[in-house]
Design a protein around this ligand. Structure first.
Ligand SMILES: CCCCCCCCCCCCCCC/C=C/C(=O)SCCNC(=O)CCNC(=O)[C@H](O)C(C)(C)COP(=O)(O)OP(=O)(O)OC[C@H]1O[C@@H](n2cnc3c(N)ncnc32)[C@H](O)[C@@H]1OP(=O)(O)O
Ligand SMILES: Cc1cc2nc3c(=O)[nH]c(=O)nc-3n(C[C@H](O)[C@H](O)[C@H](O)COP(=O)(O)OP(=O)(O)OC[C@H]3O[C@@H](n4cnc5c(N)ncnc54)[C@H](O)[C@@H]3O)c2cc1C
Length: 634
């Protein structure tokens, strides 16, 4: 007799009479029906393997045992990758995109940097010969690499990196050295125990002149014994300059000195997708739990309501739900720009490089910071159970908040965006993604609160805040301040302008995607509601920017507030159906709060029972410490 599949009655009710085709949204997010099929096949291929499951919850293992267990699974995962029926690279890309890695490797993937930075660095910066020598070896996992750039003393300021690579024309070799403690490479993933090679960013010195930071391939460990090579601690020998600019002893400048930063640009683009995947998990967990959890009293004398029926809870969870669609569509746009720009760069056309740099910095900073804030709101919306390690919120939060720092600390990236915006506005040139900065915003300054009208408000804020920042810079200049001081004293305005630009890009991506997309009427309706909710939410959160740069009035704001709460109520009935459309398996959510069947309390209880402390009634420490204390009559 087939076992009755339990489904929490409240969740079951939430799923009845869904007015739209959930699969249509799943296909939209996956990039098409075929991609969904491929993803589901990959999920079955990976998640059905019993050897990839944790014998005990990772949180109960020692640091060394956690590392060993993650490495065991990561190596098994690589074998599965190599044997994958879909092929290694498509499977890897699907693995990265679907957030599957963290479903299996919960504490982090010791081999992630090999794929996310080491191989991209070879592909983006290696010469044809170097790629012929190393790429196959890297794809076949005959070498494990990392990307070693950050040092104890420098992570942000790349021109300040201390590791030196001095070219010796006699031996035609580079001598790499860490001249000081602060020059020690610090932070690179896998560097400590796993990688035996690294792409090392170092200042290239030749003929006594520093030519700036360049990437070098360095072997770190013996391929057989894995012992560090002699002198590896503070002196490295025999590195090879990747995309060598040394021709017959002479340094040949690259067409653009920032091409050596290309790997970071790639990862910033990937990070936008990764934090969006993590945000989808957090929103799914919090939404399903909020429809299972009944608490307090809404109507006196009535049954305790689902906490999702409180407008306050909808205000917590529906903006992040909408954000997952907004960030996904923006990340897709950025990914397409990345490919176009990269193909052009390979042909020697660097015109899109500034746009790519500006936009990748903007979106990485925006998506990571907003996702981190939203994940924390999702955690808080689940009360005490959201605080438990098994809820998976602590791990998801750790992953998204790390992205606010790595691959370019967000503040520093905002200032890069501002530099690009100020230059584009002042020079009135270039600016593929900031076309609104070239020429004046046409049309009346009156405000209408239609979707198009709100987008126009975002554009006015984006261009207006750049002009406010430029006015500050010019004011400082007139006072005789040096440009670097004027820049520093305008930082607050510059960052606001950069953030407004990033939000405009996300808003336009969302609105344009709905216009262009071939969507059924029911899906278009619910996504349009989410789009309108999200762009009003952000406007209300940043109303100061809009008051400063447009004719927005108090009446307009009150009208938008009313529209916002109406949209909360309109979307509330579809919250569970929308997160179901993400099609995230329980193993990927890895949280008793977010499981599809809503059997929350039993799963919480089962998780607690796994704790070593719950394997006996009295822990041995009682007899060692507590009992003597109890008897000591202090
Ligand atoms: C099988 C399992 C797979 C599992 C995978 C799972 C997926 C997971 C995905 C996510 C995981 C990601 C893990 C990543 C781990 C982290 C890695 C790292 O953190 S690596 C280190 C990152 N470090 C940084 O990002 C450093 C940040 N600093 C900088 O980039 C630079 O210092 C700076 C840009 C801030 C300043 O550079 P500087 O040389 O000082 O330039 P200027 O500011 O003077 O600007 C001069 C000029 O150059 C332009 N510019 C700057 N950078 C770029 C660039 N990258 N591209 C193009 N142009 C650039 C700038 O705009 C200026 O232009 P101008 O015309 O003169 O105005
Ligand atoms: C989880 C994780 C994984 C990582 N993995 C790697 C890796 O694999 N490989 C690698 O090379 N690195 C890695 N890193 C290092 C990471 O790239 C750096 O930490 C990051 O670039 C920030 O640099 P920093 O630590 O020097 O911060 P700092 O720049 O020292 O930041 C400190 C403060 O100074 C401020 N600040 C700095 N410069 C400016 C400025 N010009 N204007 C205004 N404010 C400024 C910052 O905003 C920040 O508030 C990793 C980091 C983390 C957290």
């Amino acid at each position: 007799m087939s076992k009755e599949i339990y489904e929490n009655p409240d969740l079951k009710k939430e799923r009845q009479n869904c007015p739209f085709n959930k699969e249509e949204i799943t296909h939209l997010l996956d990039g098409g029906k075929e991609k969904t099929i491929e993803r589901k096949q990959l999920e079955n291929y990976i998640l059905s393997d019993e050897q990839l499951k944790d014998a005990v919850p990772m949180e109960y293992l020692s640091h060394a045992d956690k590392y060993a267990e993650e490495l065991r699974k990561a190596c098994l995962l690589m074998h599965k990758l190599a044997d994958s029926p879909a092929g290694q690279v498509p499977t890897l890309r699907a693995l990265m995109g679907a957030g599957l890695g963290s479903a299996v490797l919960k504490e982090g993937n010791p081999l992630a940097l090999h794929y996310v930075m080491f191989i991209p660095a070879l592909m983006g910066q290696g010469t044809i010969d170097q790629q012929a020598k190393w790429l196959e070896k890297a794809y076949n996992l005959n070498m494990i690499g990392t990307y070693a750039q950050t040092e104890l003393g420098h992570g942000t300021f790349l021109r300040g990196l201390e590791t030196r690579a001095t070219y010796d024309p006699k031996t035609q070799e580079f001598i790499l050295e860490s001249p000081s403690l602060t020059a020690y490479k610090w932070w690179p993933g896998s560097l400590g125990k796993t990688a035996n090679y690294a792409v090392v960013m170092a200042q290239l010195y030749t003929k006594g002149k520093c030519e700036g930071t360049h990437p070098f391939m360095v072997q770190l460990r013996d391929e057989e014994t894995h012992e560090p090579l002699p002198g590896i601690v503070n002196m490295w020998l025999n590195p090879v300059c990747i995309s060598s600019y040394i021709h017959y002893g002479t340094y040949v400048k690259p067409t653009n000195s920032k091409l050596s930063y290309a790997t970071m640009v790639f990862v910033r683009v990937v990070v936008c997708q990764d934090v969006t995947t993590n945000l989808r998990k957090a929103v799914t967990i919090a939404t399903r739990y909020s429809c299972v959890r009944r608490q307090s009293e809404l109507k006196p004398g009535d049954r305790e309501p689902q906490v999702m029926d409180y407008q306050a809870q909808q205000n917590k969870l529906l903006p992040p739900l909408a954000a997952t669609f907004a960030f996904q569509l923006a990340a897709d746009h950025l990914w397409n720009l990345y490919h176009t720009a990269n193909n052009n760069i390979e042909q020697g056309d660097l015109e899109l490089l500034p746009d790519l740099h500006g936009l990748s910095c903007a979106l990485k900073a925006l998506c990571s910071s907003e996702a981190a804030n939203f994940v924390e709101v999702c955690r808080q919306s689940c009360g005490g159970h959201g605080y438990m390690s098994c809820s998976n919120f602590p791990r998801i939060y750790g992953q998204v908040t790390a992205a606010e720092t790595y691959e370019g600390e967000n503040t520093v990236l905002w200032l890069q965006v501002a530099r690009y915006l100020v230059k584009t506005r002042k020079e009135q040139s270039g600016g593929l993604s900031v076309k609104y900065l070239i020429g004046e915003e046409k049309g009346p300054k009156t405000v209408d609160t239609t979707l198009e009208g709100i987008v126009k408000l975002y554009r006015r804020a984006a261009v207006g805040l750049v002009d406010v920042a430029i006015a500050e810079l010019d004011k400082s200049g007139r006072k005789g301040e040096a440009p670097h001081d004027a820049w520093n004293h305008a930082a607050v305005y510059l960052i606001k302008a950069a953030q407004a630009h990033a939000r405009l890009f996300v808003v336009e991506s969302f609105v344009d995607s709905l216009k262009e997309g071939k969507l059924s009427a029911p899906v278009r309706t619910v996504l349009s509601q989410l789009c309108e909710l999200f762009i009003i939410y952000w406007l209300l959160e940043r109303s100061g920017d809009f008051f400063l740069c447009s004719n927005l009035t108090k009446q307009d704001l009150l009208l938008l507030n009313s529209k916002y709460v109406e949209l909360l109520a309109a979307i509330r009935p579809q919250a569970v159906n929308l997160v179901d459309s993400f099609d995230l398996r329980d193993e990927v959510l890895n949280s008793p709060l977010g499981c599809w069947d809503g059997n929350v309390y039993q799963r919480l209880f089962d998780e607690a029972a796994k704790s070593p402390l719950n394997q006996s009634n009295v822990h041995e420490s009682f007899h060692k410490y507590l009992k003597p204390l109890l008897k000591s009559n202090l």
